[in-house]
Write a protein that binds this ligand. Sequence first.
Ligand SMILES: [Zn+2]
Ligand SMILES: [Zn+2]
Length: 273
Amino acid sequence: MVKFKFWGVRGSVPSPGKETNYYGGNTTCISIEDNRTFLIVDAGTGIRNINFYLKEKRLKKIYIILTHYHWDHLQGLPFFSPIFNPDIKIEIYGKKNVSEVLSFQMQQPYFPADYKNLPSKIEHKNIPQNFYIENIFVETIENNHPSGCVGLKFTFKNKKIVFITDNEIMDDKEGITTKKEFAEFIKGSEILIHDAQYTSKEIEIKRGWGHSTFDDVLGLAKMSDSKNIIFTHHDPMRRDNDLKKILNNLRRKNPHLNLKIAKEGMEIKFNGR
Ligand SMILES: [Zn+2]
Ligand SMILES: [Zn+2]
């Protein structure tokens, strides 16, 4: 069994409070887990809650993929307790200079512990275009996002799940990757998880910021023939009630699709391995 879990679903900045409590205010972090692998994607503040979960697990090795280095995908790492455990090996994949970027984040005067002298054994790797993490096959695509970001497709046995955070779906030729190329990448996957930070109205003044709208994602879902869609990377100003309203509206207009809003603690389980 493979378990996919959301630990942080918020974009830009942590946004705790009673208005965001239902979907959660922690920034981006997900985990993918089977009986032999524990893989984390992005180290937003949601990663801190994995500490409690891992306490009972006694893992010897953890994998982390960082889609990019914006704060909301990195800020939780200094508070991820396995980095202080000498018995744990951590393999971190990132775009170039991952070790320099993380060393810069964790040093004085920003943080009391020095990244270069952490007790855990951390290995840094550049993200290849396609690679294996134990039994999980990972494919990447270049997102349209300021300073770059990678979209990810995970294949476990014959099931595929796509996680594309921080991506602006653009008309052909405007961005690095075209809508058609994204659609090709997504085609055949069980679930599409995609950034939907803005509404169609909001994006008018936020074009080029590297995020998509709910409608953009639905357009891509249509092109890639995806039926199960999960919207994530919620705007920090988006209240729970706003998200519920948006979801109800979209469900009414698209009864043939299975639409969900990513929520902290949400799990997707796949059988068959
Ligand atoms: Zn982000
Ligand atoms: Zn970003």
